[in-house]
Structures are given as structure tokens and as C-alpha cells.
Design a protein around this ligand. Structure first.
Ligand SMILES: Nc1ncnc2c1ncn2[C@@H]1O[C@H](COP(=O)(O)OP(=O)(O)O)[C@@H](O)[C@H]1O
Ligand SMILES: [Mg+2]
Length: 350
């Protein structure tokens, strides 16, 4: 059997560049060599695509780009990559059967790379362009879920402009959402630019902070309770992973907590009743379908003290190290990390 020529993309022009390095290094270390010929493409934080042939240690410690590396382009001519040899002005063709974008956040998880892959005609792991874009944009996620009858927090959005009056916005938000509220950049991840606000001063500060990450922001009512997540894999037929639970002593699951977990603990399975777990899995599957997902996604929800479930968000390329939440939820239903990688590539080629 011919090996599948798999291109793994890592890094990316994104605030979550370093998160991607760890996800990608774990995937590269676990790709079954007997099945795949792997080509590694590192994308620098300023967006350059480079052909990398070194170790995963240098990916993990972010020194990979210090090697002398050749630029690569995604071909729109044949199915593959074009490697530019700058020294002698020649180029090399690298044929590719499947692309695995192990990228998080903007320019990785938001439909941009997915659109390029679709144009190239090369199958790729994960959701298509449209689905990636709507899952990344927290306002569009709310709107589509509302239409599909999936409960989310009451919300509103605002766009940065010279005429935006923060006092007026606060009054409208207070009336519709009451305090406390969460303010978020519409497009980002890893809790970057997110604040929980309890009064006008915090609101003003939160708005300014969120606008540092995006020109559009989403403001939500705080949902009391705790957050759970559920892994989904598949195209038409879906496999639903175990439900996990975030127990945090912090105000919310912020960037530092997500990657240090000093004051937080993840329970997998979640400490909720079987009935609630079944409801969460059903909401995860319905959300996945409503948003047009394929391949994989992690669906995050809140459970209130009254045992009501609200959708929080859907991550189309969730953290993918072997210890991350998404692979852990699937391990609990018998899908090992290595098998998950194979399954995701199969789903892409399907
Ligand atoms: N409406 C909300 N009510 C309560 N907590 C929230 C709300 N929105 C966000 N949070 C908290 O903030 C964290 C990050 O928000 P989230 O929307 O998941 O953004 P990100 O895409 O950055 O993960 C969540 O994990 C949760 O702890
Ligand atoms: Mg989240």
C-alpha cells in the first residue's frame, strides 16, 4: 500500500501560535510512520510558510525557525506544495494527499486556511471554510444556534468605530443582559481579551481590551454554574466522546489557567448525572450539525445550578496534545490518540 502524503501545518499568524506548537509536536510524534509520509510546514508568527525537517523538540521550544529553511507555497496548479530553493532560484514539487492544519485561532481555525485548502483541491482535516468561520465568530455562532433552537447566553455585539459611545452601549447591555457580563473579542480563543465585568468601570476596561483583539466584540450575560465540554468526531456519522468538566477556583477559565491549571482541575467524565450527560451529548451533536461541522470539534457548554445546559462555543481545532481535553474525552470511549490521528485523516479523505 502506498503511504499517504500528509502535510502537517503548525504555528500560524495567530495569538495562539504557541498553543499550536505543542499540539503539532504531539501529533507529529504520534503519526504512524508506516501509514504516512509526513511533510512539515511551519508557519511563523508573521505568516511565512517554511519547509521544516528538524526535531519536534525545536517545535516545542519554538526554535524550529532558527534553522535555515526554504519557503513553500500551496500550489493551485497540482495537488501539493512548491518549495523554493532561494540559493539557486530553482523549485521543487512536493505532492500532498492530505493537509492537517494543526493551527489554532485566527488564520488557522477561522476559515482562512480552510478556504486556501479548498481552492487547492487537497483534502484537509477538519471543518470546511464556512463552518470554521461561523464557529470562530462568536456572534455568528449565537445567531445560528438561536435559529436552530440551541440555547446560548443572552448576548449583543458591537463593532469598533469612532461613533461608538461606550456609556450608551453599557446602558443597552445592562438593560438586556444585566450584571455580571462577559466581554469577548468575536474572533479569538484561549480566553485572550475576555473579561468578566461587574460594573461600569470594568465594562469600559473590558471593551477596550476586547477591541485590542478584534474590531467586533460580543457581550454576554454571565451564565452561573460550570463549564463542560464534549468531543465530536465524524462527517455524517458522529462519534461522541465523554463529557468533561472544568472546575476552576478562578473567576473564570482564563488563559493562564487553561495552560497551567494551578487553580483548576478537569474531570473526565464530568461529575454530572447520566441524564445530564446524555443531554449534553445530544446538544453537542445538534450544534455540530447546525454549524455544518465535519471531521472534528469540541463543543463547550455551561451547566447551571438548575441543571440547564447552555452552549458556550464550538472549537473546530481544539487543543490536540495527547493530554488535551479533546483526545482525553475520546480516549474514554476507546479511541487512542494514534487512532484518532488516523481517523481524522480518513475523514478528511472521505
Ligand atoms: N457567558 C458566560 N458565562 C460564564 N462564563 C463565561 C461566559 N463566557 C465565557 N465564560 C468563561 O470564559 C472562558 C472563555 O470564554 P470562551 O467564550 O470559551 O472563549 P475562548 O474562545 O477564548 O475559549 C470560558 O471558558 C468560561 O470560563
Ligand atoms: Mg472556550
Amino acid at each position: 500500500m502506498n503511504k499517504i502524503k500528509l502535510a502537517i501545518l503548525f504555528g500560524g499568524k495567530s495569538d495562539e501560535y504557541s498553543v499550536s506548537l505543542h499540539s503539532a509536536a504531539a501529533i507529529i510524534n504520534n503519526v504512524p510512520e508506516e501509514l504516512y509520509d509526513v511533510t512539515l510546514i511551519g508557519i511563523t508568527a508573521d505568516g511565512k510558510w517554511l519547509h521544516y525537517e528538524g526535531s519536534t523538540d525545536k517545535i516545542n521550544d519554538d526554535t524550529w525557525h532558527q534553522d535555515e529553511l526554504s519557503p513553500v507555497l500551496l500550489s493551485m496548479d497540482f495537488k501539493g506544495l512548491i518549495k523554493l530553493n532561494e540559493k539557486d532560484s530553482t523549485f521543487e514539487k512536493i505532492e500532498i494527499d492530505c493537509i492537517f492544519p494543526v493551527l489554532h485561532g485566527r488564520n488557522g481555525e477561522d476559515g482562512t486556511i480552510q478556504g486556501m485548502c479548498q481552492m487547492s483541491g487537497i483534502p484537509f482535516v477538519g471543518c470546511d471554510m464556512t463552518s470554521s468561520a461561523v464557529c470562530m465568530d462568536k456572534e455568528y455562532t449565537h445567531i445560528i444556534c438561536e435559529m436552530a433552537g440551541i440555547k446560548t447566553a443572552p448576548f449583543m455585539s458591537a463593532v469598533n468605530s469612532k461613533t461608538l459611545n461606550i456609556k450608551d452601549l453599557y446602558e443597552k447591555a445592562f438593560e438586556k443582559l444585566s450584571l455580571p457580563m462577559f466581554i469577548k473579542p468575536a474572533n479569538n480563543g484561549s480566553s485572550l481579551g475576555i473579561s468578566k465585568v461587574r460594573n461600569y468601570d470594568e465594562f469600559e476596561k473590558g471593551i477596550m481590551e476586547a477591541f485590542e483583539y478584534d474590531k467586533k466584540i460580543v457581550i454576554e450575560s454571565m451564565i452561573e454554574g460550570f463549564e463542560i465540554g464534549c468531543a465530536v468526531v465524524g462527517n455524517e456519522e458522529l462519534l461522541i466522546g465523554e463529557v468533561d468538566e472544568i472546575d476552576t477556583k478562578n473567576d473564570f477559565f482564563d488563559y493562564v489557567e487553561k495552560y497551567s491549571q494551578h487553580n483548576s482541575k478537569i474531570y473526565c467524565p464530568a461529575r454530572i448525572s447520566d441524564d445530564l450527560k446524555a443531554q449534553a451529548k445530544e446538544i453537542a451533536a445538534n450544534t455540530y450539525k447546525a454549524l455544518g461541522c465535519s471531521g472534528l470539534a469540541r463543543v463547550d457548554m455551561f451547566v447551571t445550578p438548575e441543571n440547564k445546559i447552555y452552549l458556550n462555543e464550538i472549537n473546530t481545532i481544539p487543543g490536540l496534545t495527547d493530554l488535551s481535553r479533546y483526545p482525553s474525552m475520546l480516549k474514554k470511549i476507546g479511541i487512542e490518540y494514534k487512532d484518532l490521528i488516523v481517523k481524522l485523516v480518513e475523514l478528511a479523505i472521505e
